[in-house]
Design a binder for this molecule. Sequence first.
Ligand code: C2E
Ligand code: MG
Ligand code: MG
Ligand code: MG
Length: 280
Amino acid sequence: YGKVNGRNARLFYTEQMNEDYHEVLVLDADIRKALQRNEFELYYQPQIDVTSGDVIGLEALIRWHHPKKGPISPAKFIPLAEESGVITQIGEWVINEACRQHREWVNQGFVPIRIAVNVSAIELQRVDFADQVAEIMHQTKMDPRYLEIEITENSVMQNTEDCIQTMNTLKQMGISLSIDDFGTGYSSFGYLKQFPIQYLKIDQSFIRSALKEQSSAAIVKAMIQLAHNFGLKVIAEGVEDKDILHLLQLESCDYYQGYYFSRPVAAQVVQDNVLKRKIN
Ligand code: C2E
Ligand code: MG
Ligand code: MG
Ligand code: MG
C-alpha cells in the first residue's frame, strides 16, 4: 500500500486511508477464500457483427457471488485486487476458466467462437505472464486463435516497452489482442501503431453520448476511421438501442457489444441460446 509508506506517511495518513486500507485487507482475505471456494464465475457477453448480425465472439466478465454480501461487481473488487496484488491469482483463474469452458464447448460439438478475457496492467507487467498463458493453453488444449486478450490503454502506457514485448510474444503465440475502453486513457494515437493489436474497443461513454452530443458522434466516427487506417477492427461497447446501432452501421463500425443484443450471461445461457452445433 505504497501511499502510506515512507517518510511522509504521517502527513498523509488520514482516517479515510485507514478505512480504505482496512477494506483492501478484508477483501484480499475474502478473495483468497473465494478462489478456494469457487465463488467466482465467468459470464459472457456476445459480440455481434454490425452488418450480418452474427455473433463473432464472447467477452468473459468475472462475477463474484459472495456468500454473505451477495453479488459484488468487478468494478468494485478488481481495483482492490490490483492494489493488494491478488489480481494475479484472479487473472490466472479467469484465463484458465475461459480456456476450460472453451474446450468443453468444443468437446460438446459446438462451433468454436472467440473468447476475450480482460487482463489488468499488473498481470501484463509480470515477466512470466506470456509463459503462464502458454502453460494454461497447453493444459486446457485451447486453440490460441480463439483467445483474445483485452488490455486497457492505460495499462500499456504504464510500462510501454515491456508491455509491447509481452504483447508481441502473445501475438506470436496466435492470440489476438485488443485495446479496451479506448478514448478514456491518456495514450496518444501515435502509440496505437506500435501496439501489435487487432481490435480497438471504443469506450461506452462515447457510444452512449453519440446520439445526444455532436462532439461524441464526431469522436466515434474519427476513432473508427483511424482504426481502419491502421488495419484494426472496431468494437463498440455499451450499445443499448437500435438508434446507436444504426449510427454504427452508417460509420462502418465492425462489431458491437451491449444490452441491446444481450447482457453478460452465464455459460449455460450462452450454450442454450448463442452457440451453434456443428453440422457433422
Ligand atoms: P469492461 O471490460 O470495459 O467491460 C464492459 C462492462 O460494461 C461490463 O461490466 C459489462 O457488463 C458492461 N456493459 C456491457 N454492455 C453494456 C451496456 O449496453 N450498457 C451498460 N451500461 N453496460 C454494459 P462489468 O461486467 O461490471 O465489468 C466492469 C469492468 O470490470 C470491466 O470493464 C473490466 O474492466 C473489469 N473486469 C470484468 N471482468 C474482469 C476480469 O475477469 N479481469 C479483469 N482484470 N477485469 C475484469
Ligand atoms: Mg473488457
Ligand atoms: Mg470496456
Ligand atoms: Mg471498463
